[in-house]
Write a protein that binds this ligand. Structure first.
Ligand code: ATR
Length: 273
């Protein structure tokens, strides 16, 4: 029997165990997936223990995505570029290899919803943190040519675009003014997390009704950013799809096949609604 885990702190809220265990059942794998709370100071011991006990692979979530890197034997190129790991595979020789499936997960989720005909359309990324970086690289690799980044701290947006090697930087004010020019708008800031006291970095009144609005946050399912998009009749891509696909890509690394993402997006959307 194979077993898998997710490590983080806190971890009780994670939907990953339910998602992966459902897929194991559907695909007929004799496997199980458990949540393990690991405090920051215990990270190295926890990883060595997982390896010793023969884990086949595990996911990594907040606050360990970056700090885990020195404790892994190998890091995939994308994860290196992002400076963050969300998926670990235990190789046959016992080495632990880190991947990052978040960015590609986002792009798959986007294209599952709106197809792949929009790759030449202007994309606006709000935010320039770790999540934004992963998504920007994945979009570029997938052929999205026209990426603009806006961020409260402009120098971080500049760093992201420099690393990417193409694209534009604009201020929040400019983004607000020219919002109707963007077909795909991706909200990656943590400003969207606090539902009660939510304030977007800038006014989004000028969003086009033809836009596709996407948020990486999935709890709440409909963030205030997405709520506004919904109200004006724009297309909404919630963060659930990204969550499901980052898990699906991890699953594929571990078990060699892609699980049923559509069913899982439906199931989790229903739960979170
Ligand atoms: P993650 O790895 O999840 O992307 P992060 O690296 O801390 O997290 O990045 C958080 C992003 O949210 C950044 O773009 C941050 O803007 P700054 O670079 O200016 O800090 C953005 N952010 C967080 N709180 C914000 C707020 N209240 N208003 C505007 N932007 C905010």
């Amino acid at each position: 029997k194979k077993w898998f885990a997710v490590i983080g702190d806190p971890i009780a809220q994670s939907k990953s165990p339910e998602m992966h265990n459902t897929w194991f059942d559907l695909d007929g794998f004799d496997a199980s997936y458990i949540p393990i709370r690991v405090k920051p100071e215990d990270l190295e011991k926890a990883i060595n223990s997982l390896n010793l006990l023969g884990v086949s692979g595990f996911n990594v979530t907040i606050p360990h995505k970056t700090t885990i890197i020195p404790f892994l034997d190998e890091i995939d190129e994308t994860a290196k570029l992002m400076g963050a790991v969300n998926t670990v595979v235990r190789l046959k020789n016992g080495h632990l290899k880190g991947y990052n499936t978040d960015g590609v997960g986002f792009v798959r989720s986007l294209e599952e919803k709106v197809g792949n005909e929009l790759r030449n359309q202007p994309v606006l990324m709000i935010g320039a943190g770790g999540a934004a970086r992963g998504i920007a690289f994945a979009l570029k690799n997938q052929g999205y040519e026209n990426i603009t980044v806006t961020n409260r701290t402009l120098s971080k947006a500049r760093d992201l675009i420099d690393a990417l090697g193409s694209g534009k930087v604009i201020t929040n004010e400019e983004a607000s003014q020219m919002l109707n020019k963007y077909k795909i708008i991706i909200q990656t800031t943590s400003a969207g997390m606090n539902y009660g006291e939510f304030s977007l970095p800038f006014s989004i009144d000028r969003m086009s009704k033809d836009a596709i609005a996407s948020d990486i946050v999935y709890n709440p399912l409909v963030t205030p950013f997405l709520q506004h998009a919904k109200e004006i009749g724009a297309t909404v891509v919630t963060g659930v799809g990204m969550f499901v696909h980052q898990g699906a890509i991890a699953y594929e690394h571990w078990l060699g096949q892609y699980p049923d993402t559509k069913l899982m997006v439906e199931k989790l959307t229903e739960q979170l609604n």
